[in-house]
Design a protein around this ligand. Sequence first.
Ligand code: ZN
Ligand code: ZN
Length: 347
Amino acid sequence: MLPTRGYATKGPTSTLEPFSFERRDPGPHDVLIEILYCGICHSDIHQARDEWGGSIYPMVPGHEIVGRVTRVGSQVKRFKTGELAAVGCFVDSCRVCASCKAGLEQYCEVHLVLTYNGTEKDEKTPTYGGYSSQIVVDENYTLKISPKLPLANIAPLLCAGITTYSPLRHFNVGPGQRVGIVGLGGLGHMAVKLAASMGAEVTVFSTSKTKEQDARRLGAHDFVVSLDPKNLDALANRFDFILDAVSAPHDVNAYLNLLRRDGVMAIVGVPAKPLQVQAFSLLLKRRTLAGSIIGGIRETQEMLDYCAANNITSDVEVIPIQQVEAAWERTIKGDVRYRFVIDMQTL
Ligand SMILES: [Zn+2]
Ligand SMILES: [Zn+2]
């Protein structure tokens, strides 16, 4: 076993503290990765505080991981020692169900092995995430990253990037389309960059007028303060696609009504309470309300390659691990532009 250092929380009301644990020795198909940076995702906080239920403690959060390969198993083909590597929200899956066979492991119908707050395939051994010095992952669930982009700025692509890239691709966002992005946070800021790079005309909806300059810098063509219903009414039946990245309570009908006939709104945020949908918001123009979560390994690699080719990364604020609690509090308040990333060398 490999002695490993990290930060863990021992229960829903505990703080993150230094924590020592063991990783498995790399098997024939595994790579051992020294973690260099790990992004802070809002879901780290939800799970650490058991806000979605069923949390496993002690918990080492973190699923936006980039680092360097320090050892490879005897059968590993795609990675060499010294190469960069990345790990996202899951580290294994059943590999045989219809979703896994289709390369859509995120929808695994048997057992998706989450990077943390989950169990290995034995359904007993807890998984520990990226707020740690190193991780052991099967090479088939490990991603390649380009050395030409800054590493800290790549980390958030592993969750925020793929969460927004996947629905933009699945619903065929492209040139000439009008796309709305609701909420300019960690997810939203990636969605703006990606949708604009795909040629769409992007409108950002935000409750905060102060984010207009940022929205335009990130690639938005238009900015709408969503607090005033009149601003939305003026845009009815206008959009081909809307990505809703808001986790706070909000009225989805106000946005559904902005879709043209056969338009699609995809939800990627997770509000705590159920959403209320007016049937007329959907059926009057045959609109679709959809959802999407992260992406499969193949698509995550495609997204990383796309970002490298198009020079797209996340806007980040890099912190030492000792400031993680303060960064969590600021993340809850939305006080970050647009993602915290932990420099794991400070561990
Ligand atoms: Zn995440
Ligand atoms: Zn599966």
